[in-house]
Ligand binder design. Sequence first.
Ligand SMILES: Nc1ncnc2c1ncn2[C@@H]1O[C@H](COP(=O)(O)OP(=O)(O)O)[C@@H](O)[C@H]1O
Ligand SMILES: [Mg+2]
Length: 257
Amino acid sequence: MLEVKNLSVNFKFVEAVRNVSFVLENRESLGILGESGSGKSTLALALLRLITPPGKIISGKIILNGRDLMGVSDKELMKIRGAKISMIFQDPFTSLNPVFTIGDQIIETLCLHQGLNRKQARDKAVEMLDLVHIDNPDERINNYPHQFSGGMKQRAMIAMALACNPEILIADEPTTALDTTIQKEILDLFDELKNKLGFSIIFITHNFGIIRKMCSRVLVMQKGEIVEEAKTGDLFNNPKHPYTRELIDSLKVLNAA
Ligand SMILES: Nc1ncnc2c1ncn2[C@@H]1O[C@H](COP(=O)(O)OP(=O)(O)O)[C@@H](O)[C@H]1O
Ligand SMILES: [Mg+2]
């Protein structure tokens, strides 16, 4: 459903993403594993053509359902973002706008993409908050982000990202900023929603434990390049690339401690 071919992104002289190619299948959970600075977020943003100067996509194709997104107009892109491919960022604290209520932010997305009127969009927003297990969604919808805990904010972000029923969800380190117990709750929520709604997911993390829990296949990134691609179980048992071995060994040490 999504095919990326030879994608490269530069920031002036930094080659942040180099010649990356991969395929994402329907309903697949694909992990992207790599250390900080390996180019994961740049790749994610590039998939939605959200790279801003001095960054630039210098080559490649991003083929979604047979159409290369590199060729579509900005107006078309606006429609694709959120409705076909949606993204959740690491930090729910900065991703939500503090001056608008949670409800207004979800409603705005719905009005923009689904052409719903306000009443319909509000009903749908309440339904989405309920879906991500926010208690009393009918009241909570009127809260501002600062009235939500960190975990609830990330739930609200997930509600917003899924409100328009996207085919692909890109989650960029969605639990890194959260406490461990909340992390687990959010990962369980992703699992539950994926089964319920049937989207594909690209799960970006530096944590192999999370990949193991969430993804059937994984791409390993190092210095902007994909250095290994494997089924998650195979990668864990038999990492081919020295860098992957290092990542996994350090995880085993952590687990043993
Ligand atoms: N806006 C930017 N301006 C300049 N360099 C950037 C920018 N964003 C990312 N980079 C560079 O691109 C490389 C990859 O960064 P990033 O995609 O954020 O990695 P990751 O998400 O794996 O931590 C790094 O060398 C980083 O310094
Ligand atoms: Mg990142």
